[in-house]
Design a binder for this molecule. Structure first.
Ligand code: MRU
Length: 362
């Protein structure tokens, strides 16, 4: 996507040094646009764990290129794979992509062949994920178009949670892809952006990227969505996912479940946009089986903000109050209207999902 006058993806090899991976360091957005160089497996692990980059598809791509760095620097690739996979537990994309590169590396013989195999597979993953998001956009835009027709061209209001935008992927995003396609087709679309405490990925990242693309949007406090739905101000919800079971239960950023409950109570369609790399084909009960990341309490306690030209981090809690920080929750399939994937839209049920991905039906 375009950032001012330049087109960016979220991860790439440094043009004059292919042993360095470059990323947009998302910790500084929307205040500063910073590119970070990553030159080792340890640095990639830290970048994923400490959320210099985040979002399920991007974490997967970063894990893949972390494996490439392991091959370049002659690290033990099995240890590197376990280490990278341990950086964040919930997004299945990480394990999926790291394992793909590990297998290709194992099958190669010489040092040069291993490095080439790791790089080639990483680049395949990156281009597949980019194309998957583009297709999600193509399928998902039809849903927005339908609502727009029913409203006779009046603005379609889409609510989204966290950042399932291009910053979380390689390009387009998952939840945002249908929105960007709709906007580019001239459909009147407006986005309610949940701020998404504690790290504010909605307020800081989704609002920033929608703004850069000229998509009308409004940031709302996380607790506002239910009220908007009760008053007919939300036409549909689209969120992303970090892991979706074969039965259609969806793990996504904490607070997603509450939006799904409010959506069902108000007959607002609740869609989840995800590439197939986000399905965990081995799980059948999301609430019981998906590991939910618990992050540091400081993310709840401290908030970053602009104070004139200076960005400051401030403490928002009473000194001795503890805080608890679960990163994700699971929305049961019964609350999900449909899944928007690169192969089309299906219901959140085993039968419907496997109808789109029959090769996973073992
Ligand atoms: O903790 P984060 O910022 O990595 O969480 C990201 C999300 O919850 C996204 O909605 C999800 O990864 C889908 S990204 C296309």
């Amino acid at each position: 996507m375009r950032v001012d006058d330049k087109i960016y993806h979220t991860i790439w090899l440094k043009p004059d040094d292919s042993k360095v991976v470059q990323i947009i360091d998302q910790r500084f957005l929307p205040f500063r646009f910073v590119i970070e160089d990553i030159s080792s497996v340890e640095e990639m692990y830290t970048a994923i764990r400490d959320m210099h980059l985040r979002g399920a598809p991007l974490i997967g791509a970063a894990g893949a290129l972390g494996m490439y760095l392991a091959a370049v620097y002659k690290n033990d690739v099995h240890k590197a794979a376990d280490y990278l996979i341990s950086s964040r537990p919930t997004a299945i994309n990480l394990e999926f992509c790291v394992t793909r590169v590990l297998k290709k590396t194992e099958a190669a013989f010489t040092y040069e062949e291993k490095v080439k195999a790791a790089l080639d597979e990483s680049l395949v993953i990156i281009s597949e994920e980019l194309e998957n998001c583009r297709k999600i956009g193509e399928f998902g835009v039809e849903l927005i178009q339908e609502i727009s027709r029913a409203k006779k061209g009046e603005t379609v209001h889409v609510l989204t949670h966290c950042n399932a935008g291009w910053l979380a992927c390689i390009d387009y995003g998952t939840a945002t892809a249908p929105i960007y396609f709709a906007h580019d087709r001239g459909i009147n679309v407006h986005v309610w952006v949940d701020e998404t405490r504690p790290r504010n990925q909605g307020a800081r990242l989704t609002a920033w990227e929608l703004g850069k693309h000229g998509v009308p949007h409004t940031v709302i406090a996380d607790n506002t969505g239910g009220h908007l739905m009760q008053h007919g101000m939300v036409d549909m919800v689209i969120v992303g996912s970090d892991r979706t079971t074969v039965t259609g239960d969806v793990a996504n950023k904490i607070g997603t479940y509450l939006k799904a409950l409010a959506a069902q109570d108000n007959n607002v369609p609740f869609y989840v946009a995800l590439p197939s790399s986000t399905f965990d084909w081995s799980l059948t009960d999301g609430v019981k089986q998906i590991p939910v990341e618990e992050r540091g309490a400081d993310e709840v306690r401290f908030v970053d903000g602009r104070d004139g030209s200076v960005v400051r981090t401030v403490d928002t809690l009473p000194e001795n109050s503890p805080a608890l920080n679960y990163g994700f929750d699971v929305t049961p399939a019964r609350l999900v209207t449909g899944l928007i994937t690169e192969r089309g839209i299906c219901r959140a049920s085993r039968e419907s999902i496997l109808g789109l991905f029959p090769e996973k039906n073992q």
